[in-house]
Design a protein around this ligand. Structure first.
Ligand SMILES: Nc1nc2c(ncn2[C@@H]2O[C@H](COP(=O)(O)OP(=O)(O)OP(=O)(O)O)[C@@H](O)[C@H]2O)c(=O)[nH]1
Ligand SMILES: [Mg+2]
Length: 677
């Protein structure tokens, strides 16, 4: 494959709700472009894109997949995103690599929660957006109602550039011509509508257009492309990927209006207040960003996939990772297509390439010299669904570490940590399915089986009151060298979110300067362990006000212990309270379930914020609710709606736990260790 110039590249991400047909559409594009010799099918596991066993078995994508094809001499790099909200991490990350989000909406099932999430995320990233109505051959579809729904939900900038005709056997163009009869809508009307929108972005065209009602042929396509690039028009197209209908037209449309890196929105390197636009030229310093990490299922080799924003890099050039000053050789450079990897001579501006075996992370910058700052990534939801895991076989502990490290690298919404209090290994993801798939991949790729326990809610401790001059003296004189420290502290609540603050208010030398940080250190240790319920302490301000030093026996450890004990006593005396995570939840359900859902949420201490009726008799209910009440919401929702609902949730804030709930949690808490007095 020749190296393509920046203006010969189109980077697109196929995004949308699960089951929208993104993978099938990707396969149809590869097939039509001659990359594959038969059309891959999700249902019989023959796709290039869902190549890993996990996706095949589940018949839905569990990660994003990168591929590419050529059409009319142009290179189309395509990232096919997974649609289940549980895999929002890789789906959102794919937006970081492209100029255009192609939002797929199934004619069979309509607009889903993830359709809206991805449409909005692409808008926030400043990407061009196209909508493809997929599966138009499905039974009993009401395309007209769906089209109305699209305009109602995503705005009147959504305009068709083609329409199904002859009962869905083909599509007819409405951009260039006003001829023919479509299955829905009036062709001349749609044609005029789109021309009206196009001329709005070019003042020079407006005058003649008002007179003639025409846009000169040589101006039509470039001005249309521009209006898509700047988000003035969101073109809507129709396809049936399975039957290949609308696919050649979609390929042409991608080349026509998915902006090349040159005319699409340029990325910015942000360093503090400084913003530098990265103009995508093949010469100039190399700048790329990693947006995907994957491992080859056969060889286990780690591939880091990056989008090149500027410059050209060879395998033997020097490559710096972020602000690392040293640099290293990237070695071979590849283009990925599903599980295949093809070596290429260079990584050049605008392209999407992969590096093997480098220790890279999603979001990191790669440069021909060290780069300070960052290129913003999409906003990732905070993982809120937690499970404590333990390998069934004790010998697997190290392997679990290796596996989890890999999964955290691959998915920005998957995290793990070891709980300081319980020593439990906790994994956090976006939902039940997310963590089920991680466990399944652990078994499949690493042969590890783990036990998992119900989610542990990350409560926090803080205080509502204050206490002054709480003293503690630590004295130890039995055998060996003695220990002595005396401290007195004041404690008060700090503003929510401010964390812990330590103020040294000692005048004179009652505590030696060198031992004051020891008091702080002792308190910090205790903050991690908590005082009343074993949860981390937040938002307290401690002032060290008095104390005493012994000329021989005072030492660091003595002041740490005295600080910790004084803190525990002061904390207990200042109306300790528990805070709990509260999530924003957005539940989409058939409208007849609205009453059941709002009642159910209200019974879970939820507050309904609002609701929107969506086209297709769906309603979105938005609420805030404590996480502890909805930690198992997927099965709760299933039981209320018989599996017809879906939901998204993300952390909103921490709020005070009601006293009766607090009492119960505190009563259940058994401190693990003996106090180290
Ligand atoms: N009849 C018909 N079925 C289709 C078409 N496109 C996809 N399907 C079917 O719809 C189902 C879902 O298709 P996928 O391509 O896996 O959907 P997806 O958007 O990739 O789903 P996720 O990977 O879960 O996000 C599969 O059973 C496909 O065979 C189409 O054009 N016509
Ligand atoms: Mg898929």
């Amino acid at each position: 494959m020749d190296v393509h110039k920046v203006n010969e590249i189109h980077n697109i991400a196929l995004v949308g709700h699960s089951g929208a047909g993104k993978t099938t559409l990707g396969e149809a594009l590869l097939f039509k472009a001659g990359v594959t010799t038969r059309l891959g099918n999700v249902d019989d596991h023959t796709t290039v894109l869902d190549y890993d066993e996990e996706s095949k078995e589940r018949r839905h994508s569990t990660d994003s997949t990168v591929a590419y094809l050529e059409h009319h001499g142009k290179l189309i790099n395509m990232i096919v995103a997974p649609g289940m909200p549980d895999y929002s991490g890789p789906a959102l990350a794919s937006l970081a690599a492209v100029e255009t989000a192609v939002i797929c909406i199934s004619a069979a099932s309509g607009i889903g929660v993830n359709t809206r999430r991805m449409f909005n995320a692409a808008g926030e990233m400043g990407l061009a957006r196209m909508i493809v109505v997929t599966r138009m051959d499905a039974e009993n579809v009401d395309l007209e109602a769906l089209y109305e729904g699209i305009r109602e939900t995503f705005g009147a900038t959504c305009l068709p550039i083609n329409l199904p005709a002859d009962g869905g056997k083909r599509v007819i163009d409405v951009l260039a011509k006003a001829e023919g009869k479509a299955d829905l809508l009036d062709v001349p009307h749609c044609h005029t509508q789109i021309l009206d929108a196009i001329v709005e972005v070019d003042d020079e065209l407006m005058g003649p257009y008002m007179e003639t009602g025409e846009i000169p042929e040589d101006k039509l396509e470039p001005t249309f492309s521009k209006s898509v690039a700047i988000g003035h028009i969101v073109p809507v197209l129709f396809v049936s990927a399975k039957q290949g209908i609308g696919i050649p037209e979609l390929l042409d449309a991608l080349v026509l209006c998915a902006p090349s890196p040159e005319i699409g929105g340029h990325r910015e390197l942000i360093n503090g207040d400084q913003k530098t636009e990265i103009v995508p030229t093949a010469d100039g310093d190399f700048v790329a960003q990693v947006f995907k990490i994957t491992s080859d299922p056969k060889s286990n080799i780690k591939y880091s996939v990056a989008r090149v924003f500027r410059g050209t890099l060879k395998g033997d050039s020097n490559l710096h990772i972020g602000d690392d000053r040293k640099g290293q050789r990237p070695g071979h450079i590849f283009k990925l297509r599903g599980a295949e990897h093809m070596e290429v001579p260079v990584a050049s501006a605008g392209d999407i390439v992969a590096f093997a075996k480098l220790d890279l992370k999603i979001g990191q910058l790669l440069g021909s010299h060290a780069l300070d700052g960052a290129i913003p990534m999409p906003k990732f939801p905070t993982p809120m669904f937690a499970l404590a895991v333990e390998p069934k076989s004790r010998g697997d502990i190290d392997k679990v570490g290796v596996a989890l490290h890999r999964f955290t690298d691959e998915d920005p919404c998957f995290k793990t940590h070891r709980d300081a209090q319980t020593s439990e290994l906790v994994m956090e993801g976006l939902g039940d399915l997310h963590l089920t798939v991680v466990r399944s991949k652990m078994k499949r790729y690493y042969k590890i089986e783990v036990e998992s326990k119900p989610p542990k809610i990350p409560y926090r401790e803080t205080i509502a009151g204050r206490a002054a001059y709480v003293e503690y003296t630590h004295k130890k004189q039995t055998g060996g060298a003695g220990q002595f420290a005396k401290v007195a502290i004041d404690i008060e609540p700090n503003d929510r979110g401010k964390g812990y603050e330590f103020v040294d208010k000692i005048f004179g030398g009652v505590i030696d300067q060198q031992f004051r940080p020891s008091v702080d250190k002792g308190i910090r240790e205790q903050l991690k362990k908590g005082v009343i319920a074993g949860c981390p302490v937040v938002d307290v301000k401690v002032s060290l006000v008095d104390g005493k030093t012994h000329p021989v026996d005072s030492k660091d450890i003595a002041f740490q212990i005295a600080g910790r004990q004084a803190f525990k006593a002061a904390f207990a005396a200042s109306k300790p309270i528990l805070l709990e995570p509260v999530v924003n939840i957005e539940v989409t359900i058939p409208s007849e379930f609205v009453g059941d859902i709002t009642r159910d949420l209200a019974g879970k201490r939820g507050q309904i914020i609002g609701q929107d009726v969506l086209p297709g008799n769906q309603t979105v209910v938005r609420a805030t609710v404590p996480l502890s009440e909805v930690a198992n919401y997927s099965s709760q929702l299933k039981s209320v709606t018989g599996g017809q609902g879906s939901y998204l949730m993300e952390l909103s804030h921490y709020d005070v736990v009601p006293p009766n709930v607090q009492q119960q949690i505190v009563a259940n808490f058994k401190p693990h260790e003996k106090d180290d007095e």
